[in-house]
Design a protein around this ligand. Structure first.
Ligand code: CAA
Length: 261
């Protein structure tokens, strides 16, 4: 197995079909230094090619999911450095993972931490989670999707308020606003996220990937094109063995046996 410095990876669930990526840079509250984000990318690519993995959970510690991009690393960076080296562009890999991804957020999800959570398909939060985009307090702005994804997730007024004040949002508020789908007691959070991955893993993984692709396309396309995109994928699903198996099993009143084919 690959040895990582800033993360721990594992396979969880009864069938070991849920990949777990745990950010493990505790003394800096999982601040997302370059090396940490590169390792998340490597682990995701590994899990993407591993056919035994059906879904991926990304989590941090009880104190912090991630307290943002690494401020020490950014402090002396110039515009020229950022521009020439496309600073933070390697974070995009997280949002491009074709397998379902679940962020399990305990503690702080601030700045880049909130942005990484929003790159995942589903966010589950622990009761004490705090979400925020405090970049304005540092004289900058969210730079890994916060202005776009938070606005889409919770609407303009709430997103503006958070981004313009840097104030944090509690797990309970985040659930009410639709940023988070469920809230759990701190110690149950990761287990619940893994269970969610297992539930998704019971289905055809081709269908899951198509569902994810179609939902994510809703951020990119106007409605008529989005509906067309959906229809094309829906029709495509009829080419799979899993569609035949799923519908046959329903009519034969038995459990389907999906082969991801
Ligand atoms: N970068 C680097 N180091 C960080 C960090 C960050 N984002 N967040 C926390 N740390 C470090 C602290 O410097 C401290 O290190 P030392 O022990 O060496 O002093 C350690 O983690 C513990 O942090 P605190 O002592 O500050 O802990 P606290 O409990 O008093 O406060 C906190 C917790 C409110 C989360 C506070 O750490 C904080 O405000 N962190 C910064 C949050 C932030 O501004 N994030 C946005 C970053 S910008 C960004 O993300 C850009 C983007 O869009 C991609």
């Amino acid at each position: 197995a690959v040895q990582y410095e800033y993360i721990k990876v594992d396979k969880r669930g009864e069938k070991k079909n849920v990949g777990l990526i745990q950010l493990n840079r505790l003394k800096a509250l999982n601040a997302l230094c370059d090396g940490l984000v590169s390792e998340i990318g490597e682990a995701l690519q590994e899990m993407e090619t591993d056919t035994s993995i059906d879904a991926i959970v990304i989590t941090g510690s009880e104190r912090a999911f991630a307290a943002g991009a690494d401020i020490a690393e950014m402090k002396d960076k110039s515009f020229q450095d950022c521009y020439a080296r496309k600073f933070l562009s390697h974070w995009d890999i997280i949002s491009k993972c074709p397998k379902p991804t679940i962020a399990a957020v305990n503690g702080f999800a601030l700045g880049g931490g909130c942005e990484v959570a929003m790159m995942c398909d589903i966010i589950y939060a622990g009761e004490k989670a705090k979400f925020g985009q405090p970049e304005i307090t540092l004289g900058t702005i969210p730079g890994a999707g916060g202005t776009q994804r938070l606005t889409r997730a919770i609407g303009k007024s709430k997103a503006m308020e958070m981004i313009l004040t840097g104030e944090f949002m509690s797990a309970q508020e985040a659930e009410k606003a639709g940023l988070v789908s469920k809230v759990f007691p701190v110690e149950e959070l990761v287990g619940e996220a893994i269970k969610l991955g297992e539930r998704i893993g019971e289905f055809s993984q081709i269908a899951a990937a198509m569902c994810k692709e179609a939902v994510n396309m809703s951020d990119e396309l106007p409605l008529s094109n989005g509906l067309l995109y959906e229809k094309k994928l829906f029709h495509s699903s009829f080419a799979t063995d899993d569609k035949r198996e799923g519908m046959t099993a329903f009519l034969e009143k038995r459990k389907p046996d999906f082969k991801d084919n």
